[in-house]
Design a protein around this ligand. Sequence first.
Ligand code: PMP
Length: 351
Amino acid sequence: MQTWEDYVRKVVPYTPGEQPNRPNMIKLNTNENPYPPAPGAARALRELDLDSLRRYPDPAAGVLVEAIGEYYGLPKQQVFVGVGSDDVLAMSFLTFFNSKKPVLFPDITYSFYDVWADLYRIPYECPPLDENFQILTEDYLRDCGGIVIPNPNAPTGVEKPLEELERIIAGNPEVIVIIDEAYIDFGGTSAVSLLPKYENLLVVQTFSKSRSLAGMRIGYAMGNEKLIRYLNDVKYSFNSYTMDVTALAAGVEALKDDTYFRETLQKIINTRERTKRELHRLGFVFADSKSNFIFASHPKCPAKEIFEALKKEDIYVRYFQKPRIDNYLRISIGTDQEMDVLLGFLEDYLK
Ligand code: PMP
């Protein structure tokens, strides 16, 4: 006999990193920024006219779209915003991946891509990274329904040179190529400069990492006008008011303070480079990272053991029980003091 359950859209959901809230914990498990948002963003929230909350926000998120456009030198018609880049990516999958051919993304990558593909019943294939965690350009020069490449990749942190990405974009003019640049500000080279050349390119970024606003949920996409129009058509068929009044206010102010932005990034990059040296000294191995995390393995001690031992100390890193990467830890870059505690513990633990 058939039941209502036969008609349920069944999915295996994405598992976000833990969000523990313990006093004095060191939280290096979700690639959050260890520094506060720009002072202007905090001020905008403190000074928010609460009466404005009676009204719906601007469905076009005009002030934020324009501010992002201005920052990158793009007209507002080339910018789309959403509730974190997760929302932007989910909308993009729904809008652009409607082919019977498989969408391509790497086997080791952001673990939300296959969840969206399954949710929307999009066929996909995952070309494997090589043994050094490199994305192989040739794997993406073939007939397909679309392409998603995070640059730098997550959770590996590895950056793919822009010339190689351009070969993939140029080689696939009949499908949309999404470059997910969640971590690009930590030292990578953005594909935004390629936008005037390729109408099949969509670049997705976020305020969650480099702008310290993960809790606010602001993501955006940049592409040619036609792509952005199609994205907005789908968005308006789903939820018109995605960006709330607080996100609009804080987002615009965060963009204005470029000095604070650059100083914060530089601090994180310096801490990352120092952490790389220290981890190497302790015997860890890892591919070079251009992001705000390091994906490391220790030849003498299983990652899962280190993960559990760190957790007992209230130091949280990310561990994925998945093929090929189950002996790795993804360690987000915190403040220098936080990294010192982590490194001090590891030094004793691995003795
Ligand atoms: N893309 C990648 C590669 C990520 O690691 C993340 C963070 N989990 C996101 C997108 C989504 O980030 P957010 O929704 O906070 O913008």
